[in-house]
Design a protein around this ligand. Structure first.
Ligand code: CO8
Length: 257
């Protein structure tokens, strides 16, 4: 349990809760606590889906500018490496992960949200990569994960201008997966998480890893990755149970442990 990042477990769903007033700015300590939280939820087999949440008011306004501003080049390289590593740990959580976003998700805050599988936004949420206005560029995955999600031209528009994107536009360009009234963001994320929490955990992990690794490699390698994961699932009880259930009861009736 960190000072600024808590893991709250409710049934099969864990919430990684950022809580560093006023804006959940991501300083070095928060980076370390995010990495620890990602390790905790990854390693606990009872947790089947994860929500990343910054509370009712703000998701995260980015890396801590006051902490970052005075650093030299070498210090900055190490600092950025730590934040990138922490966000890689979130991206690598081998279960469905949903970012529940109220208020601002800017800079490193949006980069954290990009490490989730899905993003639920409140109607008045604002997201963006404003680093250009600080004379720098996104440094925690924004130049890489954002174009992979919304395409290079839209990513360049957001990164070149640094503008704040409203929830409706985020939905239209695929940066948000769902927009709901502000007060319903967390519950909407829980509902989404609950859809997956009862699924076959090993197959969900294999699907996530095949998709995410596949996006980084050529098609032939991606198909190799897919096939190896597919075959390995024949070692699971879920595969036997899922196929037996289809043959005995028809489609969609399997209940997984
Ligand atoms: N870092 C540190 N403090 C912040 C940050 C931040 N990113 N954002 C807000 N704050 C602080 C403000 O300084 C203010 O502090 P105080 O009350 O002590 O004066 C408090 O939070 C409230 O902020 P505002 O008064 O500005 O509140 P508003 O509601 O008027 O505005 C905004 C909210 C729009 C979020 C505004 O604060 C803002 O634009 N913040 C900066 C957003 C930004 O530029 N984010 C990108 C940061 S850079 C980054 O994320 C790079 C990531 C990758 C780097 C890789 C290595 C780490």
């Amino acid at each position: 349990m960190g000072e600024f990042v808590r893991v709250e477990v409710d049934g099969q769903i864990a919430t990684i809760r950022l809580d560093r007033p006023k804006m959940n700015a991501l300083n070095a300590q928060v980076s370390g606590e995010i990495a620890a939280a990602a390790a905790e939820v990854s390693g606990d087999g009872a947790i089947r889906a994860v929500i990343v949440y910054g509370g009712e008011r703000v998701f995260a306004a980015g890396a801590d500018i006051k902490e970052m501003a005075p650093l030299g080049v070498a210090e900055m390289a190490a600092y950025a490496a730590r934040l990138q590593a922490a966000l890689n740990d979130v991206a690598g959580i081998p279960k469905p992960v949903i970012a529940a976003i109220t208020g601002y998700a800017l800079g490193g805050g949006l980069e954290l949200a990009l490490c989730a599988d899905f993003r639920v936004l409140g109607e008045s949420a604002k997201v963006g990569q404003p680093e250009i206005q600080l004379g720098v560029i996104p440094g925690a995955g924004g130049t890489q994960r954002l174009p992979r999600l919304i395409g290079p031209a839209k990513a360049k528009d957001l990164i070149f201008t640094g503008r704040h994107v409203a929830a409706a536009e985020a939905l239209a360009i695929g940066l948000a997966d769902k927009v709901v009234p502000d007060a319903e963001v967390y519950q909407a994320a829980r509902d989404m998480a609950a859809q997956y929490a009862n699924g076959p955990a090993v197959a969900l992990r294999a699907a996530k890893q095949a998709i995410d690794r596949g996006l980084e490699v050529d098609l032939a390698t991606g198909l190799d990755i897919e096939r190896l994961h597919f075959a390995s699932l024949y070692a699971t009880e879920d595969q036997k149970n899922g196929m037996r259930s289809f043959m005995e009861n028809g489609p969609g009736k399997a209940v997984f442990e």
